[in-house]
Design a protein around this ligand. Structure first.
Ligand code: ZN
Length: 505
């Protein structure tokens, strides 16, 4: 790189760091809003967040950034393709080009609309009445289409929305994967649910909040979550957020009559946090310090939550410790019974409570509904009925009211319609593919887990995935790590093996 290019790169970095600082301030305000802020702060907080979002967007679309990036394109030919400098130029170019396509006035309108919709959704859900939020959701659909149309040339109208969080993923890639998965899962669920039901009453005793919190923290620490660079708080919906590589926070939600809730949400968010704490420290303040995509992020939370956290080897180590914390509740419950309880498969209504096997059916039907709405084949006023129809078809259950149906998830009421749900299932598929590659490379990982040693797995993930942040695209990461494109077989093998044993299929 010549000295001109070097100077340009330094200036570009300085501008990107400013944007990252504004985004971090916004993230901190959001974190506070969801954990500690008194209700009275809501209006002002919405305004403050909108201001920061506008500032960040304005800085990103500044023509000076465009000029710097143009001037840096020739350097891309000289830089080694695997260098972080090349990655920074490529990623910043993509971000800039995407951002300039969305007018600032639209961003402001969209953000004002979604905060109104979110409030209305909370009321609608409390009153079990979709009608209360329906007109706002119609507007959301219109705005989602408008958003997609800022990116002309797409093959499917959902593609630009999906691309925002899952770069390179398209309906054409996702649909066949989902069709195959659905066609395998529906009969598997049928097979499992025709067996005697697993008994999970041991999870539904009284478990004190303080003890649950303490145990969850102990688990997170053992998995490798660095509490010098993180912390855990409570919030109505668990999430992970970060303000720098040195400050990556998680939240949890505790139910005293349901042990699985906080336990597995903590492991899930720890998976997200391990990823973010594992970025190359040199990426600090740049757009490279982020997950490669929602799918890769979710593959990490799912890997730790399910493939590790719901495995028998994991509990061979942790169960005696859990029994020691809750002797009255668990002393009489053998390990195998506990293992069966945490992996109970049942047809249920609520996505976030669903087991591994049925979970993807919940997600895929949402994806289908989004596609139908975006294509104009499904009107918002018919959404609730369409939702119920799919639940009856795919899961064999029917919500008794709309809070357990179409109003259960906040996604459509706090963002676009389309672009988010697919990543949950893609993340599940990818988690198995990655774990298979990890165990192939380091065969003693499962044995190490059984004695409470997670370092080999954590180190392998850090080396192969975490450290790179956004340096590689999702497809590049999958190819580098597994040697294959995203494929469904490892996930199906995993489910069939585990649940075949559990339910003696
Ligand atoms: Zn997650």
């Amino acid at each position: 790189m010549n000295s001109n290019a070097y100077t340009r790169l330094q200036e570009l970095k300085a501008r990107l760091v400013e944007i990252s600082d504004i985004n971090a301030a916004a993230a901190l305000l959001s974190w506070d809003q969801m954990t500690l802020m008194p209700q009275g702060g809501a209006d002002a907080r919405g305004r403050q967040l909108a201001t920061l979002e506008r500032l960040s967007h304005e800085k990103m679309i500044n023509p000076e950034i465009g000029k710097l990036l143009d001037g840096l394109q020739p350097a891309l030919n000289e830089l080694p393709p695997d260098s972080t400098e090349a990655a920074l130029i490529k990623v910043a170019t993509r971000d800039h080009q995407k951002a300039v396509k969305i007018p600032t006035s639209f961003t402001a309108e969209f953000s004002a609309h979604t905060s109104k919709t979110y409030e209305a959704w909370a009321r609608a859900r409390a009153e079990h009445n979709f009608k209360l939020v329906e007109p706002l959701l119609e507007k959301t659909l219109e705005l989602s289409r408008q958003m997609a149309n800022f990116f002309p040339g797409y093959q499917h109208i959902a593609d630009p929305l999906i691309d925002q969080l899952d770069e390179g993923m398209t309906v054409a890639i996702i649909r066949p994967l989902f069709q195959k998965l659905r066609s395998e899962l529906v009969p598997l669920v049928e097979q499992i649910t025709s067996q005697p039901e697993a008994d999970d009453s041991c999870l539904r005793k009284n478990y004190s909040e303080a003890d649950q919190l303490r145990f969850g923290l102990e688990v997170a620490k053992r998995l490798g979550y660095d509490f010098n660079r993180g912390r855990e708080d409570k919030s109505p919906h668990p999430f992970t957020t970060s303000f720098s590589i040195g400050d990556v926070r998680i939240t949890t939600r505790i139910k005293e009559n349901l042990l699985a809730e906080a336990l597995f949400s903590t492991i899930h968010e720890t998976g997200h946090a391990l990823y973010e704490q594992g970025f190359n420290p040199d990426f600090e303040g740049t757009p490279l310090a982020d997950g490669a995509s929602m799918t890769v992020h979710e593959s990490q939370s799912r890997l730790w939550e399910n493939l590790v956290g719901k495995s028998l080897s994991f509990w061979q180590f942790f169960y005696p410790k859990l029994q020691a914390v809750f002797p009255n509740q668990l002393t009489a419950v053998p390990l195998e019974a506990f293992y069966r309880a945490i992996n109970k498969v049942e047809r249920s209504l609520i996505r976030t409570d669903a087991d591994e096997v049925t979970y993807n059916l919940h997600v895929m039907l949402r994806f289908e509904l989004e596609i139908e709405m975006l294509e104009g084949r499904l009107a918002v006023k018919n959404l609730s009925e369409a939702w119920n129809e799919l639940y009856r078809n795919d899961l064999g259950v029917l919500p008794s009211d709309e809070s357990l149906g179409v109003l259960q998830d906040m996604h459509w009421y706090s963002g676009t319609i389309g672009g988010y749900f697919q990543s949950y299932t893609l993340g599940n598929i990818l988690s198995a593919q990655i774990y298979e590659a990890a165990v192939k490379a380091v065969p003693n990982i499962p044995a190490e887990i059984a004695i409470g040693n997670f370092e080999h797995l954590h180190y392998w993930l850090k080396e192969n995935i975490y450290q790179y942040g956004r340096q590689y695209t999702t497809r590049e990461i999958i190819k580098r790590v597994t040697g294959q494109p995203l494929e469904i077989q490892p996930y199906l093998n995993y489910l069939r093996h585990k649940y075949g044993e559990l339910y003696k299929l």
